[in-house]
Design a protein around this ligand. Structure first.
Ligand code: FES
Length: 202
């Protein structure tokens, strides 16, 4: 389980830039007039995108004022979900799922690979400052366990050796291919279908 603490180093101020402001206003407009607080998750995500993929406390305060809701409520949302980063992360953020289905399929071997290639501790930047890694709870791809997420993409059916190769590529600036590393299409069964055999289009 990842330890989630706001960074000790915090900027004093945060404001949406013009692009973020425009997106935030268009999202808020989708909610009824007195329900704008429902947009808090989307606004946190916008703030994160604007601020190099992490959310400073100043941004939570700004969003609280923006949505007319108490700062502590924004803080509670931001600190609950692992999709929000509370401290600076690498340009390549590697999230390793270590919840039970991935754990029993070898997730900690993937963690070992991250420790070897990126940094000894999670939430620490690699030597070249380009990558960081963290453990997260279930990412909803248990059937392709063990897996990890790099920025917006899922890498599935992994083992330590495959993970090391992926990380080597990322660290040397090469493109990597998301998806199953055992050649499965999405989460199809290996060695053909085993159920619903009498249905043509199943
Ligand atoms: S347990 Fe890892 S994706 Fe669900």
């Amino acid at each position: 389980m990842s330890l989630r603490r706001p960074s000790k180093e915090q900027p004093k101020n945060f404001d949406f830039n013009s692009t973020s402001l425009e997106v935030a206003k268009s999202i808020i407009a989708k909610y009824p007039k007195d329900k704008q607080q429902s947009a808090v998750m989307a606004l946190l995500y916008i703030a994160q995108k604007q601020n190099s993929n992490w959310i400073p406390l100043a941004a939570m305060k700004y969003i609280g004022k923006f949505l007319d809701m108490p700062y502590i409520k924004v803080y509670e949302v931001a600190t609950f979900y692992t999709m929000y980063n509370l401290a600076p992360v690498g340009k390549h953020l590697i999230q390793v799922c270590t919840t039970t289905p991935c754990m029993i399929r070898g997730a900690y071997k993937l963690v070992e690979a991250c420790k070897e290639k990126i940094s000894e501790n999670e939430n620490e930047l690699s030597k070249d400052q380009s990558c960081s890694w963290m453990e997260v709870e279930c990412l909803g791809a248990c059937v392709n366990a063990p897996m990890l997420q790099i920025n917006d993409d899922y890498y599935e059916d992994l083992d330590k050796e495959k993970t090391l190769k992926i990380l080597d590529k990322i660290l040397s600036g090469e493109a990597t291919k998301p998806g199953s590393y055992r050649g499965r299409v999405n989460n199809e069964p290996e060695n053909n279908r085993k159920t619903l055999m009498d249905l043509k289009n199943a």
